[in-house]
Ligand binder design. Structure first.
Ligand code: FAS
Ligand code: PHB
Length: 392
């Protein structure tokens, strides 16, 4: 049996950032991660850090590589009906975003935790939780071929959408809100010079496409596809051909070897509340957003900033007001992010069965964005990241 102050299930952005912030407050935690270190440090996922996320990395001494290798972006381009419109983040909000892959954030967090001598138990799968409403909630986990028990003051369920933490909450105590979209994203990582210095979101009558990047030599590109798309039907040549059609970048878009490809389903999902006794849900364990707004990772970080502050108040001052408001604060923010992610997704994807009205409406929305400062400013302030409202 092990004993700790905060038991953290999951070494994704939520779990590792929480462990990092708690360590800086002198609070002990144990991180349980089902996969290997190599697996989590190479899993290709998100790519955009909101302003607040990159600032937090710099302020908490894990931003050195981000400052060297991260790509600062001061705007994003929308392409539709043969037109382009740039949303100028800097001019409209005074803020920017940083393109820096999620797996690089994971590497920075793992390195920091190991450097200050705290452990992450890899290949340690949480099997069940017990006593979550008690003062000694416990996690039963399998590690090195044996079952163990971790006794905690608090448990943070940072184990993603398919984890065990949310399942430990009695269904009668949880409200679930969900929307599944009738499409998915086919994403590739390619050895190809990015065709643009900034991200390009494109609505084409054949569907959505997104041009992003990881470095001056590595492009990250996405195509809207069917939710049950068979990747075997998408050889590299077909992917590039469809990207050329939808992005319409001419010779600027250079085909290159595809290093990784995958299909990501699209859903909006929120579980309420985010706290049950001394179990707190954070990140994808609590909510899922469609990746169109580049919010998943950033929302996870927003949750654990609040949770770390609440736990710090508990241990330092014996005060629990912030922990008691954790769910309300994070859900209020999460729903604003859900709205923006849903709005970006609904504006930029072709919906099956659309007789043409929705497409004309979407084009009108994009035309309005391109001609209204107020509309562009609204997109910009959501994209660079809304501040979390801490007061009720
Ligand atoms: P994560 O899922 O990242 O981490 C949960 C961790 O818990 C995992 O490491 C898992 O192994 C571990 N775990 C699960 N069950 C466990 C158990 N029982 N015991 C121990 N450990 C357990 N977001 C964007 O913003 N932009 C994108 O382009 C984007 N693309 C994505 C592509 C894919 C394929 C997926 C799945 C997600 C994508 N996301 C994207 C969203 C993604 O970035 C998440 O929002 C982000 O990883 C959330 O972080 P966590 O909440 O830490 O969850
Ligand atoms: C990415 O770079 O992976 C990325 C960028 C913007 C998005 C989603 C993913 O909206």
């Amino acid at each position: 049996m092990k004993r700790t102050q905060v038991g953290i299930i999951g070494a994704g952005p939520a779990g590792l950032f929480l462990a990092h912030l708690l360590h800086r407050e002198g609070i002990e935690s144990v991180v349980l991660e089902a996969h290997t270190r190599d697996y989590i440090e190479h899993r290709v996922r998100a790519g955009v850090l909101e302003y607040a996320t990159s600032e937090l990395m710099k302020q908490t001494a894990i931003g050195a590589r981000l400052q060297r290798e991260g790509l600062i972006h001061r705007g994003v381009e929308l392409r539709f009906a043969g037109r382009s419109h740039r949303i100028d983040f800097e001019e409209l909000t005074g803020r920017s975003i940083t393109v820096y892959a999620q797996q690089e954030v994971i590497k920075d967090l793992v390195a920091a935790r190991l450097a200050y001598g705290r452990e992450i138990l890899f290949e340690a799968e949480a099997l069940s939780l017990s006593g979550v409403a008690s003062t000694e909630p416990r996690v039963c986990f399998r590690h090195a071929g044996a079952e163990h028990e971790l006794v905690c003051d608090f448990i943070a369920g940072c184990d993603g959408f398919h984890g065990v933490a949310r399942a430990a909450i009695p269904t009668g105590s949880l409200a679930i809100y969900e929307r599944v979209y009738p499409f998915a994203w086919l994403g590739i990582l390619a050895e190809s010079k990015p065709a643009s210095e900034e991200l390009i979101y494109a609505l084409h009558d054949r569907g959505f496409a997104l041009l992003s990047m990881r470095s001056p030599r590595i492009s990250r590109l996405y195509l809207q596809c069917a939710p049950d798309e068979d990747l075997a039907q998408w050889p590299d040549a077909r992917i590039w051909e469809e990207l050329h059609t939808r992005l319409n970048l001419g010779a600027e878009l250079v085909d290159g070897p595809v290093l990784q490809k995958g299909v990501t389903p699209m859903r909006s999902f929120v579980a309420e509340p985010l706290r049950f006794g001394n179990l707190f849900l954070a990140g994808d364990a609590a909510h899922i957003v469609p990746p169109t707004g580049a919010k998943g990772l950033n929302l996870a970080v927003a949750d654990v900033r609040v949770l770390a502050s609440g736990l710090a108040e508990h241990y330092r001052h014996g005060r629990d007001e912030l922990l008691e408001r954790y769910s309300a604060i994070c859900l209020r923010h999460a729903w604003k992010v859900q709205r923006f992610s849903w709005w970006m997704t609904s504006m930029l994807h072709r919906f099956p069965g659309d007789s043409g009205f929705d497409y004309k409406r979407q084009l009108a929305e994009l035309d309005y964005l391109s001609t209204s400062r107020a509309a562009s400013q609204s997109l910009a302030e959501n994209y660079v990241g809304l501040d979390v409202t801490m007061n009720p």
